[in-house]
Design a protein around this ligand. Sequence first.
Ligand SMILES: C[C@H](O)[C@H](O)[C@@H](O)C(=O)CO
Ligand SMILES: [Mn+2]
Length: 423
Amino acid sequence: MSPYQTAKQRYADLGVDTESALAQLATIPISLHCWQGDDVGGFETTSTELSGGIAVTGNHPGKARNPEELRSDLDKVYSILPGNHRLNLHSFYGEFGGKVVDRDEYEVCHFQNWIDWAKANNHGLDFNPTFFAHPKADSGFTLSSGDEGIRDFWIEHGKRCREIGEAMGQALNSHCANNVWVPDGYKDLPADRLSPRKRLESALDELFSKPMEHNLDAVECKLFGIGSESYVVGSHEFYMGYAVKNQTLLCLDAGHFHPTESIADKLSSVSLHVPEILLHVSRGVRWDSDHVIVLDDLLLDIARELVRGGLLDKTHIGLDFFDASINRVAAWTIGTRAMIKALLIALLEPTETLQNLENEGDYTGRLALMEDLKMMPFGDVWEEYCERQNVPGSHAWLNEVRDYENTVLAQRESSQPAKIAAA
Ligand SMILES: C[C@H](O)[C@H](O)[C@@H](O)C(=O)CO
Ligand SMILES: [Mn+2]
């Protein structure tokens, strides 16, 4: 018997059908974030320093310098991922043909190459307005700014991004999860916590006022950022309330809460009150909210909650990490494959048995089974999945990335010259 056949039998003994787990896994798209490929740089003609309290460290050679290189890197990543996945694009990755196009002037045409590429490769697209890395975000406030001109500028940006998201969804015959994250906040003790929150609420009301069909609005909170340690306008309570009241999607970023707080525990509660959930799966390490995700307990808990609670249908799984200290194509691949593995392990659980034990009050049996499940041969099921999906299994994928590094990434100048604007 092959290792998979043995594993299949061992799972069958627990009442788990590995074939249906694999069939379901193949239907779950993960939305890869474009910004892992170039250290959250974007392709605007006037480049501005990254801001908004997020930071990328590391200087691994081979960073994508233009949209063609970024798409080529993404093609490589998708080619070694089992399943069919989406792209989550930030708006400042538009293609502006060498012209200065400010954020309140973005149009669908600036994203046409991305749409064409997504269509040709059968990727859904998700989107994000970009409220950072811009002179009008330098005060630390955007949609909640006390300056009406600044606020209006960002509201216009948000509205245009919704139109772009709608066009993406329409062109690709899919939804487009469009996530608003603003960095607004104070480094030190605020004297007025309420006014910025009132301004953010009414700015969002205006930004979201036009009904859309394909574009799904989402809002993302954060506990603190670098430079906004004392106060973030868009806190969890703010956005939870906003999303419930307005029935938008709520985005939960795994790195945006207190280190002892896991978003896994939030999913069931939130699912009762908002129509759908967007995830930014990330890994917080001390002050940094964006390490590459790995197959750890926190990630497994997220996947288990999605499966046990039957929440996969109302959850959009997106990733959010960036690491420039390792090969960026490998970073994407390690993180995305970890997410898929976590989902597989969760799908291979005998959920009904566990829940029956719980309902019967047999907590001994529940804990014993949970512990024994950790020794089940899910690795053999994973290898089978990779083989059936025609992608390299464990270890082999890294050879492909190393080849790509030697033949493609190494050709990019280490000096990382100015961005090449696409025509
Ligand atoms: C680049 C993204 O907008 C960003 O990571 C955001 O989602 C976030 O999580 C900020 O900490
Ligand atoms: Mn995020």
